[in-house]
Design a protein around this ligand. Sequence first.
Ligand code: MEV
Length: 320
Amino acid sequence: RAVVPPVAAVPAPGAHLGYGKIILLGEHSVVYGHHAIAAPIGLSVRAEVTRGSSASEPVISDWDVDGSVREPIRENISHRVAALITERLGVPAAGMRVDVFSDLPRASGLGASAAFAVAVIRAVAASFDIRISDAAVSRLAFECEQIVHGTPSGIDNTVATFGRPILFRKTDDGRPEISDIVTPQPIPIIIGLSGVSALTSQTVGLVRRAWQRNPRRYDQIFAQIDGLVLAGVDALRRGDIADLGELMNINQGLLNALQVSSPELEELVAIARRAGALGAKLTGGGGGGAMIAVAEPSGTEPIIAAMRGAGYTTYLTEIR
Ligand code: MEV
C-alpha cells in the first residue's frame, strides 16, 4: 500500500468526527432488545475527504495519532463501508480520497468501527455540500455496522454520532429508543486495554450460538443484566458511584457467565479492584479488548498506577 502523508495533522474547526465509546452496563444483552448504558470517552475518529480525478480508484488512508499509517485490520471492510456510504448519499466514489485520523485503539470494543463510519459519512456529506441530520448519520452508520458486525444492536453508532451518555434499547421493530443520562457530577472511569485484539462479531456470534442452543437459560441472564442496567441509570442520575460500581461488578460476573471475558480482562479487573476500584468489568464485545473501572475522583491514581505497573495501557475518562 502506498504511504501518503496526512492532509492535516490537527483537528480543524468543524472537523468530521465519530466518537469512541464505552458500554457502562448491558453489552451483549442489548443485542436481544434489553437496555444498555453507553458514554463517549474523549477518543475519536476524524475523517477528511478530498476529491481528485474521477478516473482514479477511491483511496482510504488510516492514520495513527503519531502520523504513522495504521495497518487496517480488514481493509476490504473499510472499502465496503465507504462504498455503502457513497451509494446511500448518492455521490460518486471514484476519485475520492478519505484520510482517517484516529486516537481510538482498534478491535478493543471501544467503538472504533462505528466512529469510523460516522466520521466518513460526515466528511463525505460535507465534501458534497449534503446536509444530513444526526439521526440520518446514525441510521447509515448502523447499516455500515451491519457490514462489520452482522447483527449490531445500534448502540455503538448512536454514541458515535451523538457523543453523549445514553440509555439505549432496540425496540421489537428494530428502532432505537434513546434517552440522555445526566449525572450530578462527573464520574471518573479508568479504561484498561487487555492488549489482545478482539472482534465483536466473534463474541456476539458465540453468545448467539449459546442462546440458540438454550434460549431460556440465556434469556434469564439477559433479563438479569437488564435489571442491573436500569438500577445503573438510577445510580448515575443520583451520582452514587459506589452503587454503580457494585452493579458493574455483578454485570462482570454475568458477562463471565456468557463466556466473553478473558484471562487478561480478569487480571485487569482484579488489579483494579485490589487498587480500590468500586467496580470493574469488561466493556464492549469482550474476548480481549478493553475493561473499565470506576472510582471516586480522589481514588483513580492508585488504580491507574497498578494497571500500568502490570504492563497495561490505560486511559482516564469521565461520564458527564
Ligand atoms: C459492542 O460495543 C456491544 C455489543 O453489545 C454488540 C452490540 O451491541 O452491537 C457486544
